[in-house]
Ligand binder design. Sequence first.
Ligand code: SF4
Ligand code: SF4
Ligand code: SF4
Length: 343
Amino acid sequence: MTATNTGTALDEVHILWTSEGMSCDGDTVSVTAASLPSIEDVLLGLVPGLPKVHLHNKVLAKEVGEDFVAPFRKAAAGELGPFIFVVEGSIPNEHINGEGYWTSMGNDPVTGQPITVNEWIDRLAPRAWAVVAIGTCATYGGIHAMAGNPTGCMGLTDYLGEDFRSAGGLPIVNVPGCPVQPDNFMETLTWLLYQAAGMAPMIPLDDKLRPTWLFGKTVHEGCDRAGYYEQGDFAHDYNSPKCQVRIGCWGPVVNCNVTKRGWMDGVGGCPNVGGICIACTMPGFPDKFMPFMDEPPGGAVSSAMTSVYGTLIRKMRGITNASANREPKWRHNGRKLTSGYNP
Ligand code: SF4
Ligand code: SF4
Ligand code: SF4
């Protein structure tokens, strides 16, 4: 069937992916580590039921220069066919660019002037079947949008508005993280591709437009170290396997699943492997969580309360644990049966 952008189940989809905003390309690099599914499997058509996918991403493309920009130009002119528009990096405010511009991709063939990322978004987002913001810069502004920045940059929802709907009738889909967790993005993309193929319902999003199944729990709720927290047993330096809340971990109040999911093939996930959670997925990142490595304000109160209860519980559990580690006394060699057996 010929792919259309009219609500029919699609059998062919382009992915136009720009990282020309305020970006380090870290999200693209991160996604190359995905395995559920891998980006290679999606592009090679190895995932049953997905439409055929054509990826246009400058880091992963073999085309350069005008050859790379060509499909973006075709899409802007309405000549490409259905596409998902992926935006990586925060969006600068070109209303305050002085005499220049902040970011661009390609030049206008008539004027010779750079085409800003903002112009690309204005042209492509309304024509896209779906629009996805990848990474915390694109979703909420991220590092480039912190206090004191000169570009006035912002996330895609700040730029397009919360009421934005794509040509496919979807709101912006936000997959935050700095960088994004690879499988979080590929799982979201896979959902959207199945939805485009007519094989999945509307993707469920929370009020920050994040996939609910990925961002509905906190780091703390999945952390390998949560048992230490519950027992009031806290690390005082970064060499300890214990709970890191007193040395800067924000995990109890941060929506992120990497402690459950790991980073690559289930391995990693910041606090699990010794890194404090600095809340890189959150709309308030980074300003609301700085200075990094200081104890979070709420952490002092909650850890003090847990210390009282946890110290007592830990002692009692120590006694029970010592008992559980001893075999019952009737398990011995000798002529007398002391097990209590009574025929
Ligand atoms: Fe780079 Fe982080 Fe921004 Fe992604 S969210 S572009 S990894 S700084
Ligand atoms: Fe929670 Fe962080 Fe402690 Fe893990 S290290 S239990 S996320 S506070
Ligand atoms: Fe970011 Fe914290 Fe999740 Fe690590 S655990 S990826 S720092 S939100």
